[in-house]
Write a new protein. Structure first.
Length: 320
C-alpha cells in the first residue's frame, strides 16, 4: 500500500501539472471574483443544471453548464424556523446535503391530494426532495421527511427568511419556472448553510484525485482483486444495516460467485457535500459484462478524502 500511495500522489502531481499548463478542463468561472461553487466538480450525463440553496443568504440559485458553469437565475427563499442541519422530524430545520427531486406537484394536483385548505399553503406548486437520502438515513441516522421546495399562499405571499417547518418556500412565479427547468431524479439539489467557493485550479486537483480513486475501484472490481477493492472502503463504512466487517463478508461471497468480463462506468458525477468537509457523492451507471449479458445499475458511492489525499468510501447504494 505504501507503493500504491506514493504512485498515487506522484501521478496526481504529474497530471495536475499537465492540465494546469493546458488551461484546465473548464474555461471560465461562474463568478470570476469568488470562483466556482465548490460542490460542482463533475457532471457527466446528469443534465446540465444544478440547484444550490444558501440558507444563510436565503437564496436559491440555478447554475447551468455548457462549456463552463454559469449562474442562470437566483431567487429569494424562506427556510426552516431554526438554524442548523435537520436531525429529526419536527425540529423545524432545513437539512444540509445533496438531494434530488423525486416528483413535482402543480396546484391542481396538490388540491386533489391534500384538499383545498392545505394545498393553498403551497401556492402554485411543489417539488418533493428525497430527504432523508441514503447517507442521512444509514450513516447519520436522521429522521423526518416531506422536505419540499414549494410556493406560498397567494393570500399571504410575503414570508420572512426563516419561517417554514423545514421546507424551502419561494415566490409562486419562481416555483413554476423551476418546474420547467429541473429534471426529477437527475438535477442535484445542494442545500448549504453557506455556499463555499473554490478557484478552478483547486477543483481540477480534486477531479484528478477522484478519477484515480474511482479508476482503482473499477479496475479492482473488474480484475476480482479483493484486497485492492476493500482497501478503498473506510473502517467505519456502512451499507444498509451492515457494518464494514459484515459487508466485507457479503462482498467476498459476491466476488467468488461470479466472473466479470469487464466493468464500465458511464456518466460519472461528483458533488461535494455542502456541510461536511472532504465528503463527496459520486453517481454513475455501472455496466457489468457477464457471461449472461450486460447488467446496468445506477450506483452512488459516498467518498471521504482523508489526510494525505486518500479517498475512501464510507457508504454506497444503488438504484435510481
Amino acid at each position: 500500500m505504501n507503493f500504491l500511495a506514493d504512485h498515487f500522489l506522484r501521478t496526481i502531481t504529474a497530471l495536475a501539472t499537465i492540465l494546469l499548463l493546458a488551461g484546465g478542463m473548464f474555461t471560465a468561472d461562474a463568478n470570476p471574483q469568488r470562483g466556482i461553487p465548490d460542490n460542482l466538480l463533475m457532471f457527466g450525463g446528469y443534465g446540465d443544471a444544478a440547484l444550490v440553496v444558501d440558507k444563510e443568504e436565503c437564496s436559491v440559485s440555478v447554475y447551468r453548464k455548457a462549456d463552463f458553469w454559469k449562474l442562470e437565475s437566483k431567487y429569494p427563499c424562506s427556510s426552516g424556523k431554526k438554524n442548523g442541519d435537520k436531525q429529526h422530524a419536527g425540529d423545524d430545520r432545513t437539512p444540509n446535503g445533496i438531494y434530488r427531486f423525486i416528483r413535482a406537484w402543480n396546484d391542481k394536483q396538490l388540491q386533489r391530494q391534500y384538499g383545498t385548505t392545505t394545498a393553498k399553503l403551497y401556492g402554485s406548486g411543489a417539488l418533493v426532495t428525497d430527504y432523508p437520502n441514503f447517507l442521512d438515513f444509514i450513516y447519520y441516522r436522521k429522521t423526518g421527511n416531506g422536505i419540499w421546495l414549494h410556493g406560498v399562499d397567494r393570500n399571504n405571499p410575503q414570508r420572512p427568511p426563516r419561517d417554514t417547518d423545514g421546507c424551502l418556500a419561494l415566490p409562486n412565479d419562481e416555483i413554476l419556472k423551476l418546474v420547467d427547468r429541473l429534471e426529477p431524479l437527475v438535477t442535484p439539489v445542494i442545500i448549504a448553510r453557506k455556499m463555499r467557493w473554490a478557484p478552478s485550479v483547486e477543483m481540477e486537483k480534486l477531479r484528478l484525485e477522484f478519477r484515480l480513486a474511482i479508476d482503482m475501484w473499477r479496475d479492482s472490481l473488474e480484475k476480482g482483486d479483493m484486497l485492492d477493492h476493500l482497501s478503498l472502503y473506510a473502517d467505519d463504512f456502512r451499507y444498509r444495516d451492515m457494518d464494514r466487517s459484515e459487508w466485507e463478508a457479503f462482498r467476498i461471497n459476491v466476488f467468488d460467485s461470479r466472473t466479470l468480463q469487464s466493468v464500465r462506468l458511464e456518466d460519472v458525477m461528483l458533488v461535494a457535500d455542502p456541510e461536511v468537509p472532504d465528503l463527496y457523492l459520486s453517481r454513475f451507471t455501472q455496466v457489468l459484462a457477464t457471461a449472461d449479458g450486460p447488467v446496468s445499475t445506477t450506483k452512488r458511492l459516498y467518498w471521504r478524502r482523508n489526510e494525505g489525499r486518500r479517498w475512501q468510501i464510507v457508504s454506497e447504494d444503488a438504484g435510481e
